[in-house]
Design a protein around this ligand. Structure first.
Ligand code: FAD
Length: 420
């Protein structure tokens, strides 16, 4: 039985696990990345039709860790976000080109560049995997099952199904919502379902989208129209995320193509000309999850293993990217100070840094979903007053713009465009 030592073990080679490996590699921290599935299959267009809105702060990190050069060509900028509530005339308009509406003295210099970018998950995975295969700092093990996990005074270790034992001072769990590692080390979670499903598909339309994302709060749930790059045939495209009740979700997934297309087209409207569904459809059950702690022993949680939020604001992956940036900063400082990477001081710092942001976003997305997936007359009035207030108060609008961008002074260095 062979034993191989590296600085960290990362369980989960998805979007967050591999981003963690690349961020750590910029500081010379080496990793084993283990995934139980064949990750090459996850870049297939039929595997996961999702596209993610990646906030501008996350893009700063992707640039610094050498991924953006592989992604830029497939990234669709978002310059504006328009939020509307059913048939109400009230709407909120976030415009990156005019983000300094409260004046330079009140809100600081204007941010340049788009609010974020749309990126197909499969393209993000392809870039992460391609770079990992070229990196001396990252050893990929996939597909392989882990049969055991141990912790001692000096290290954590995992045994793979082929008998290999991997050891490191720190084990990072990036194995998603149903985290096996989290269960093994006894970290409990609070979790709840929304009784909703997100239906995902891609549409083409005659007119260009103008780099604008739309979030419409319709009577049966939020409907997001997210700009995508034109396809190889030159068709203008948008990604659709339709949130509906579980029962409606089942019914929509069972519809033949033509009535499904009619359901999507009726919600989309004709503002971009005729609309056609051009991809498969997928359905995701929606729920929320919070790990009761983010570290224990020599194990830390990142990404969806630590938190799962409603996709209403398109922030789950961005929240995970913030975990990555914070952990990379904490571990890099520990390395410079000559500390053991599994040192409790480092783990506590990571936990203190990440928990408030995670709980805030969990609460905000949960509240928004309850407010906007409801037809009670009182709530409709509250929504309209709220939208009016955001439009009238430039500072409040700036706050929401910063949330969309993922910006803030307390954010880790990588998200502010600073090297570790
Ligand atoms: C419908 C929908 C739309 C979304 N849209 C957005 C958006 O626009 N913007 C945004 O920021 N976020 C969005 N999100 C959230 C985002 O997709 C997730 O937060 C993100 O994918 C989590 O990545 P992860 O790497 O932590 O977990 P996962 O993607 O779940 O990856 C976990 C990895 O661990 C592996 N694994 C699991 N168990 C084991 C094991 N026992 N051993 C080894 N490996 C294991 C899996 O094979 C997988 O590769 C959306 C989510 C949904 C559902």
């Amino acid at each position: 039985m062979s034993e191989i030592s590296r600085d960290v073990i990362i369980v989960g080679g998805g979007l967050i696990g591999l981003t963690t490996a690349h961020a750590l590699a910029t500081s010379g921290i080496t990793s084993h990345v283990i995934d139980s599935q064949d990750i090459t299959a996850t870049v297939d267009p039929l595997y996961d039709g999702r596209a993610s809105a990646i906030a501008s702060a996350s893009v700063k990190m992707l640039k610094l860790i050498g991924l953006w050069e592989r992604l830029a060509q497939s990234a669709q900028p978002i310059w504006e976000i328009r939020v509307t509530d059913s048939d109400s005339p009230q709407f909120i308009h976030f415009d990156a080109a005019h983000s300094n509406e409260s004046g330079p003295n009140e809100s600081g210099p204007n941010e340049s560049g788009p609010l974020g970018y749309m990126m197909e998950n499969r393209q993000l995975r392809a870039a992460l995997q391609g770079k990992a295969r070229e990196s001396d700092a990252i050893t990929l093990h996939a597909p392989v099952h882990i049969t055991g996990l141990c912790q001692s005074e000096t290290h954590a270790s995992v045994t793979l199904a082929n008998g290999t034992v991997l050891k490191a001072p720190l084990l990072i769990a990036a194995d998603g919502r149903k985290s096996w590692v989290r269960d093994q080390v006894g970290i409990r979670t609070s979790h709840w379902g929304y009784g909703q499903a997100a239906i995902i598909t891609t549409v083409s339309h005659r007119e260009p989208h103008g780099d604008i994302a739309h979030e419409r709060f319709l009577p049966d749930g939020p409907f997001a129209i997210l700009p995508m790059l034109d396809d190889a045939e030159g068709r203008h495209r948008s990604a659709i995320v339709l949130t509906v009740s579980e029962a409606t979700g089942h019914a929509m997934m069972a519809l033949p193509d033509r009535p499904f297309q009619a359901e999507i087209a009726s919600r989309f409207g004709d503002f971009l000309g005729p609309v056609a569904v051009i991809s498969k459809r997928w359905s995701w059950p929606l729920g929320a999850l919070a790990a009761e702690k983010l570290t224990t022993g020599r194990v830390v949680l990142v990404g969806d293993s630590a938190h799962g939020i409603h996709p209403i604001a398109g922030q789950g992956l961005n929240l995970g990217f913030r975990d990555v940036a914070a952990l990379a900063e904490v571990l890099t400082e520990g390395l410079r100070l000559g500390l053991d990477l599994g040192d409790q001081v480092l783990q506590k710092r990571y936990e203190r840094w990440r928990r408030p942001d995670m709980m805030l976003l969990l609460g905000v997305t949960d509240g928004l979903n309850r407010l906007f997936s409801n037809n009670l007359a009182g709530l409709a009035r509250l929504r309209q007053h709220g939208m009016g207030a955001v439009n009238r108060l430039p500072k409040l609008k700036k706050f929401f713009m910063n949330q969309a961008r993922g910006e803030g002074e307390r954010q880790p260095k990588l998200l502010r465009g600073l090297n570790l």
